[in-house]
Write a new protein. Structure first.
Lengths: 190, 190
């Protein structure tokens, strides 16, 4: 049980510091310090910094329940509620931290390995879930039927990640609000 | 003259390797190797890796002529031509490299200093230039006059950067094509 808690502490601390500094700028020492454990403990639980970051990214992805998009109510209402909740969570966590998935997907894009692969899979899963709810909105007549839900779903994932990145740089939620206003006021209309 | 050429070589080599690996993962050795010069030469020309990266980012920004957006012809035609040229240049350079500005803006967002500041200024300049051409399109009746050109201009900068980041991760230009299709087929209409 103590072992399990230590592992949790390491993933939590590692997440915080990788969020803040990025993967490459984070040392194993930084992770140990953030987790409040001795440096040696890191290697008792993870074979490498990469393995710890991978676990952090996996948990981050799992913490967003895309199933909410398939709930009750009008498709675009569900979609708006989902994105609003994601944005509020991002702002609450600290808009200057950005999105762990977005951060790692940019930083690790040219570094072969499991972090790049998992980031790609997670973004694809978001795009597919968005496409499904957009297709439902077309079926109920709430979205222009000539639009391609797959193209639009991926566009919205990318536009959202771009907005989080800008909000992170500016330390200001305005880009996220502009994303919502443009998406629901202009893009997703009959 | 030879000194000047060496400085150019360093900025070119440094750009290439920072593009590929990111700022933190790039060592001064990597830069020297990419530039084909001895390691000591780097410090003869730049006081730090940060100073070299800042110069690379400044030149990258300057290499995009936002003045083209103020040329002749219908505002949205100019805007489309500008974005198409930016995308073709990105693809030609290697879509897996992404956009130096976008890469650094994500990686350096939480690192205080001149790179973060310059990245913010460059993105703001793009947003302002986009807003101007969108305002002109409203004046000529080619764009819905109820849209806020400032909000939309910033949204498009962020959506573009998000699309480049996804294209970089996937090593595929499809996200850039989806950006153009959604922007000109849906967003920017009367």
């Amino acid at each position: 049980m103590a072992q399990r808690n230590l592992r949790e502490q390491l993933v939590d601390g590692g997440s915080r510091v990788i969020y803040e500094k990025g993967f490459h700028a984070t040392s194993v020492n930084d992770i140990a310090r953030a987790a409040g454990v001795p440096k040696g403990s890191v290697y008792n639980h993870f074979e490498s910094k990469e393995a710890l970051a991978l676990e952090a990214l996996r948990r981050y992805g799992d913490s967003y329940d895309l199933g909410v998009l398939r709930g009750d109510g009008a498709p675009l209402d569900r979609f708006r509620a989902f994105l609003s909740a994601v944005i509020e969570r991002t702002v609450e966590h600290g808009v200057e931290q950005g999105c762990l998935l977005g951060n790692l997907s940019v930083e690790m894009a040219t570094h072969e390995g499991p972090i790049r692969e998992l980031a790609g899979e997670q973004l694809d899963a978001w795009g597919a879930a968005f496409a499904t709810v957009l297709r439902e909105a077309q079926a109920t007549g709430d979205l222009d039927p000539t639009l391609d839900p797959g193209v639009l779903g991926d566009f919205l994932v990318d536009a959202y990640e771009g907005a989080v990145a800008r909000a992170k740089l500016r330390r200001d939620r305005a880009p996220l609000d502009a994303f919502m206003a443009t998406t629901f006021g202009r893009l997703l209309t009959p």
